[in-house]
Structures are given as structure tokens and as C-alpha cells.
Design a protein around this ligand. Structure first.
Ligand code: 3AM
Length: 223
């Protein structure tokens, strides 16, 4: 398990799923160590802010495997100006934080009450604004509100617009045509956790890494 704070790196954080490792240099913040099998690596950082290390972060729900499989079975026509989100990146954003210290986010979310949520995706693939193709998502408003309240002082100020639950499938350049809007889609699932995700540029887009995971539906004061 990863640790909750930079200066408490011996304390395991029970809410997160990233691997910690005592063999790593202690000066590498807990949030930036990753264990895959017995390999430990340091997750990329965007840089150092005035208060310490920062990464480009957002809080999200990952769809369960069965739903992901159905989402990736939707048609993905290869059209000019249409950028499809790779299957491994499909997620539901609860809050975009921008550059922030992952350990600060962890400290605020680890003790927060995050309500359980039942998500309904659909009923059809739609446009969000002019340039984004999404599957609308109902059922996340209360959870998004709780996440926003718990992390209001971290990262960029919360978006003042009302939360609009969605899962982005594609982004369109110059209002390119995209044949899938209007395709029926329906799925429901129970949210099991909120993920703290780091976004890093790759050679051909962005890669997302889960740095922490926070259980939903736990009654405050219980383990
Ligand atoms: O779930 P969606 O696709 O709406 O658009 C980005 C994505 O949201 C959004 O954060 C999510 C993970 O990348 N995002 C990226 N940059 C952003 C910004 N500057 C942003 N949201 C608001 N402001």
C-alpha cells in the first residue's frame, strides 16, 4: 500500500491500491512510487510547485470490465478529425484538479465520506458541446459533489458549472463528423471506488495512472 503523506511514508494508506516500497529513496514521495510485480518504478511528476511536487491529476470512476467491454464494442469509425479515447483511458471524471500534490489529495480524501453511487450509462451516445462525443452518465451527482467538497482547496478551483456526468468516447477537431452519436447504449453499474489519476503525455496521446483509490459507501467512523 502507498503512504498517505510525504513525511509519514512508513504509514500504510488503506484506501489506496498503489504499491509502496521501503527500498525506494525516502525522498521520492509515496504517491510517485509504483509497484508492478516486484518492479518498483517512480511515476512521472509534472514538476515541483511552491508547496512541493505536483502532477496533473483528476478524480474519476473507472468503468468495470464488463461495461468497458461493451463500450469498446461500440463502432469507432476512423474518420479525419476524430480522436477516439483508447479503451484503457475510458473513465468518468468527477473532478479535474490540474497540477496538484497527490499526497495532499490523498490526505483530504482518505477520511472523507464518499456516498455509494449507481451509475446508468446511456440511453444514446451523444455530443457534449460541439466537440466531445460521450455516453451520458446519471447517478454520479452526489459522489461528484462530495469529491468536490473534500478537495475544494486543492488544485485549480472547482468548476462552477453544474456537474454533467459523462464518459468521453471521442474528441472532434473542427466539428468533424462522427457517425456514432445516436447509437443506443445502456449499462448500469455500482461504483466501488473513486480513483486519483495522474495524466502524463505519451508519444501519441496521454497515459493515465491510478495513484490512489478511495472506497465509497463506507459509514463514517467505521474501518
Ligand atoms: O472526462 P472528460 O473527458 O470530460 O477533458 C479532460 C477529461 O475529462 C479533463 O480532465 C479529464 C481527464 O483528462 N480536462 C483536461 N484538461 C482540463 C482542463 N484544463 C480538463 N478539464 C477542465 N480543465
Amino acid at each position: 500500500p502507498r503512504t498517505a503523506r510525504l513525511h509519514l511514508h512508513q504509514q500504510p494508506c488503506p484506501h489506496s491500491r498503489i504499491g509502496g516500497d521501503l527500498a525506494l529513496e525516502p525522498k521520492v514521495p509515496a504517491a510517485h512510487r509504483k509497484t508492478v510485480g516486484d518492479q518498483v518504478s517512480v511515476i512521472g511528476l509534472s514538476g515541483f510547485g511552491k508547496d512541493g511536487p505536483v502532477a496533473r491529476l483528476f478524480l474519476a470512476v473507472w468503468p468495470p470490465a464488463a461495461v468497458l467491454e461493451r463500450l469498446t464494442a461500440l463502432p469507432r469509425p476512423d474518420q479525419p478529425g476524430v480522436r477516439w479515447v483508447p479503451p484503457e483511458n475510458l473513465h468518468l471524471t468527477l473532478r479535474f484538479l490540474g497540477d496538484a500534490d497527490p499526497d495532499a489529495v490523498d490526505a483530504h480524501l482518505a477520511g472523507a465520506h464518499l456516498p455509494a453511487a449507481e451509475v446508468t450509462l446511456g440511453p444514446v451516445v451523444s455530443r457534449l458541446g460541439r466537440n466531445v462525443v460521450v455516453v451520458p452518465a446519471a447517478g454520479l451527482d452526489e459522489l461528484a459533489h462530495a469529491v468536490r467538497e473534500a478537495t475544494a482547496s486543492i488544485g485549480r478551483p472547482p468548476d462552477p458549472r453544474p456537474f454533467a456526468g459523462h464518459l468521453t468516447l471521442a474528441r472532434l477537431k473542427h466539428r468533424a463528423a462522427c457517425g456514432v452519436a445516436g447509437t443506443p447504449f445502456h449499462a448500469t453499474f455500482s461504483v466501488t471506488g473513486v480513483a486519483l489519476v495522474e495524466s502524463l503525455p505519451t508519444g501519441h496521446g496521454v497515459g493515465y495512472t491510478t495513484l490512489g483509490r478511495y472506497v465509497v459507501g463506507r459509514v463514517p467512523g467505521t474501518p
